[in-house]
Design a protein around this ligand. Structure first.
Ligand code: G1P
Length: 294
């Protein structure tokens, strides 16, 4: 018999990062608004959350990020013009993408103190319920969306869940890394977590990919979290406390699709090609053009 678990209704999106790796494109525009094909990166990630059943979208923003708020609002003049011109499908798509009234919240991270601090900034909006956390830089491309897979695992196991995927051994120091009971299983209890382990000391090659389901007790730990790797308040350090000291269950959910790190130029460019190749009405023509270029 499965245990009853509190539903996951809310998702947090930390979008306060400066995007210095994409200057000058990100001088006046948030990096999350860069487009993969014709949708901003943040829209792809919100799509993933919506398709997993999330009802409330919480954005932790910063200065110069106001356009993200505008993007998830209706645009009356545009909608009126599309309606007047009979552009029915464009209008329907725009409306379909829009979260419903009261389904978005925005708060600001006032200083770049790290991912743990960004998540903590959402504590009052999340309240006393479990929530999903999606890092917008990491696009998870798969037939079955990553967060939907995690929701399925959550309904069975409850507790806290982290999506993981293998990385080459020489890259483990760039990520949060987990050790698991059964490295081949789709869902496995986590035995160890470490943020950006020194080279040669990682407990496995499974990295934390940027999709989480967390219990609200994480906020109390984040409130007192000392600075960790890179001098930042690290989410992983509070997760370790939640697992080891508070004895809450943590499971890893293996993600079997492809991950594009849109925080790097190469990841962003590759994501554009991969998403375009997979798009009806675009893929075939793009393949021909790419062949000419290569
Ligand atoms: C963060 C997390 C790390 C995770 C990574 C995924 O690191 O702290 O555990 O593996 O995201 O992108 P950051 O990319 O902020 O350095």
């Amino acid at each position: 018999m499965t245990r009853p678990v509190k539903p996951i209704r809310k998702a947090v999106f930390p979008v306060a990062g400066l995007g210095t790796r994409f200057l000058p494109a990100t001088k006046a525009m948030p990096k999350e608004m860069l487009t993969v094909v014709d949708r901003p990166v943040i829209q792809h990630v919100v799509d993933e959350a919506r398709s997993a059943g999330i009802e409330h979208f919480i954005f932790v923003t910063g200065r110069n990020k106001g356009v993200i708020e505008d993007h998830f609002d209706s645009q009356y003049e545009l909608e009126r013009t599309l309606a007047d011109r009979g552009k029915k499908s464009e209008l329907a798509n725009l409306i379909n993408d829009l979260p419903g009234a009261g389904q978005t919240s925005f708060t600001r991270q006032q200083a770049p103190l790290g991912l743990g601090h960004a998540v903590w900034c959402a504590r009052d909006i999340v309240g006393d319920e479990p929530f999903a956390l999606l890092l917008p830089d990491m696009l998870h491309h798969a037939k079955s969306p990553c967060l939907a897979d995690m929701m399925k695992a959550y309904s069975e196991h409850g507790g806290n869940l982290v999506a993981v995927a293998p990385v080459p051994e020489d890259q483990t120091h760039q990520y949060g890394i987990v050790g698991v009971k059964d490295a081949k299983a789709k869902v496995s209890p986590i035995t160890k977590m470490v943020e950006k382990p020194a080279r040669g000391s990682a407990p496995s090659n499974l990295h934390i990919t940027g999709r989480y389901i967390l219990q609200p007790e994480i906020f109390g730990l984040l409130a007192n979290q000392e600075r960790g790797a890179g001098g930042e308040i690290q989410l992983t350090d509070s997760m370790i406390q939640l697992m080891d000291d508070a004895r809450q269950p943590f499971h890893a959910v293996r993600f079997d699709g492809t991950i594009y790190d849109c925080g790097s130029k190469i990841g962003f460019l590759t994501a554009n090609v991969a998403y375009a190749l997979a798009r009806d009405g675009l893929g075939t023509e793009l393949r021909t053009e790419l062949k000419k270029l290569l």
